[in-house]
Design a protein around this ligand. Structure first.
Ligand SMILES: NC(=O)c1ccc[n+]([C@@H]2O[C@H](COP(=O)([O-])OP(=O)(O)OC[C@H]3O[C@@H](n4cnc5c(N)ncnc54)[C@H](OP(=O)(O)O)[C@@H]3O)[C@@H](O)[C@H]2O)c1
Length: 278
């Protein structure tokens, strides 16, 4: 397992702290090679989604990798057009077929689709009972969405996967999730590569003799999150995993916290588009 660290979710299952992101990893050999290279580099956690159209390439790489399925942690997500009770059950079965797996480690509702998210969550509780998903969680949920789920079902998601990096430091959401024992998974932790040259980040990177990407990943780890850097580049896949042998000091963590500018690179649950993304 190399240097991999784990957090324990509220259902007792362990989750590796750094996972490979695969959004915009091209279907086919690009995703396949990225997943194989990541496993070779020590990653044990892969984050995919129905909407990324690359679940079957992830599955192919997992089969070809020299590793037991039980030593890997695979996340996929329910896409909006499949939300609802019966449709969510069917979508999970289809994702399992594409991944060529008997179970999903973590299944997420990709987006808090109004009018459908509660029925989807009811299906997720059933899928977990049936053993098709070991853990169930959500993505892009606001505090209000999380409160609603708890009130209606009493079953709290294991994780909430949201955009999280120093330029979008969602402190209130993090504190709420910590208080409920919901782990935050930081997506777009590298700010979708849009701040790699930002001078304050570059200065901290110089002071620490670590790359900007490593600083961003380590910041999220030290704030108690799961981190999902995406790359299809073999060298960067290795670079993004070399984050277990150093620590950012309290004073530099504070300087990173201060980079917050509510910079959203992806879709924004607090200002959702007037249409439901499908
Ligand atoms: N649930 C959701 O709604 C949601 C939304 C967004 C993302 N996600 C998940 O979170 C993952 C990560 O987010 P993301 O893909 O938006 O962005 P990200 O990981 O913040 O950034 C990815 C970008 O950074 C580049 N990059 C990677 N490592 C680098 C390095 N060491 N130095 C310089 N550039 C580097 C990548 O290019 P190369 O590939 O060419 O290296 C790519 O352009 C996704 O892949 C997905 O699994 C989930």
């Amino acid at each position: 397992m190399g240097n991999q660290l784990f957090l324990t979710m509220n259902d007792g299952h362990k989750i590796p702290v750094v996972g490979l992101g695969t959004w915009k990893s091209e279907p086919g050999d690009s995703t396949y090679n990225a997943v194989l290279n990541s496993i070779k580099a020590g990653y044990r956690h892969i984050d995919t989604a129905r909407a990324y159209d690359n679940e079957s390439d992830v599955g192919r790489a997992v089969k070809d990798a020299d590793i037991d399925r039980k030593d890997l942690f695979i996340t996929t997500k329910l896409w909006n057009k499949d939300q609802g009770y019966n449709t969510a059950i069917e979508a999970c079965e289809k994702s399992l077929a594409r991944l060529d797996c008997d179970y999903i480690d973590l299944y997420l509702i990709h987006w808090p689709l109004k009018d459908k998210r509660n029925e989807s969550w009811r299906a997720f509780i059933e899928l977990q009972k049936r053993g098709l998903c070991k853990s169930i969680g959500v993505s892009n949920f606001t505090i209000a969405n999380l409160v609603e789920l708890e009130d209606k079902f009493g079953v709290i998601p294991a994780v909430n996967q949201v955009e999280f990096h120093p330029y979008h430091y969602q402190k209130d959401l993090l504190e709420y999730c910590n208080s409920k024992n919901i782990i935050i998974e930081a997506y777009s932790p590298l700010v979708h590569a849009k701040r790699m040259d930002e001078e304050r980040l570059v200065a901290i990177s110089g002071e620490m003799d670590k790359t900007p990407a490593q600083i961003l990943i380590r910041w999220a780890m030290q704030r108690g999150m799961i981190v999902l850097p995406k790359s299809v580049n073999e060298n960067r896949i290795v670079e993004n995993f070399a984050v277990f042998d150093f620590e950012i000091s309290d004073s530099l963590m504070k300087r990173l916290d201060d980079l917050d500018e509510t910079f959203v690179t992806c879709w924004d649950p607090n200002n959702p588009p007037p249409y439901a993304p499908v």
